[in-house]
Design a protein around this ligand. Structure first.
Ligand SMILES: *[C@@H]1O[C@H](CO)[C@@H](O)[C@H](O)[C@H]1NC(C)=O
Ligand SMILES: *[C@@H]1O[C@H](CO)[C@@H](O)[C@H](O)[C@H]1NC(C)=O
Ligand SMILES: *[C@@H]1O[C@H](CO)[C@@H](O)[C@H](O)[C@H]1NC(C)=O
Length: 142
């Protein structure tokens, strides 16, 4: 056996061990979705982007902003898929008077008549190497 073959065999061995350890610790198989941190910067970017698209389409007089992320998963499939359950809430910024692409000065509405929250489910597929991204599912319900 040449050194190349040996290297290949040992790489396979390492992979099998990692897989076995992963399974024993109840982790998911490669390619299946796994939980990620809610403060992951790429995740936050994806959620913010979806929120901007919600604001562009909505008939609401006010802009919405992400308020909670309930569940965030990433899946590696020819790029990266994000699967996110989150909430957006109405802010005090009027769509008419605000920069729709900048929510940084928009506080949430206080509890009361104008307080409103939507539950959203988002699935986005990002292909980093050609900077493309496809929104596969994006639904928000009161
Ligand atoms: C992933 O996160 C969800 C929501 O927080 C939680 O219910 C679930 O138990 C987590 N799964 C794993 C494998 O940690
Ligand atoms: C958003 O607005 C804030 C405050 O007005 C400003 O500091 C910030 O640079 C703006 N961000 C963008 C991306 O325009
Ligand atoms: C941002 O949202 C738009 C509209 O939904 C979508 O076409 C685009 O792919 C998204 N970009 C990212 C980086 O998520």
């Amino acid at each position: 056996m040449g050194p190349k073959m040996l290297l290949l065999l040992s790489l396979l061995g390492v992979f099998e061990v990692m897989l076995a350890v992963g399974l024993r610790h109840g982790r998911s198989m490669p390619g299946s979705p796994y939980n990620i941190s809610r403060i992951d910067p790429s995740l936050q970017q994806v959620v913010l982007n979806a929120t901007y698209s919600f604001n562009h389409k909505s008939n609401d007089a006010f802009l919405y902003k992400p308020s909670t992320i309930h569940k965030a998963q990433r899946q590696v499939v020819k790029g990266i898929r994000y699967i996110v359950d989150f909430e957006i809430s109405r802010t005090v910024c009027r769509k008419r008077d605000s920069d729709i692409n900048n929510l940084s000065n928009c506080d949430f509405q206080p509890e009361g008549r104008l307080h409103q929250t939507f539950q959203c489910h988002l699935e986005v597929w990002v292909i980093p190497w050609n900077k493309k991204s496809t929104t596969q599912v994006f639904v928000c319900k009161p």
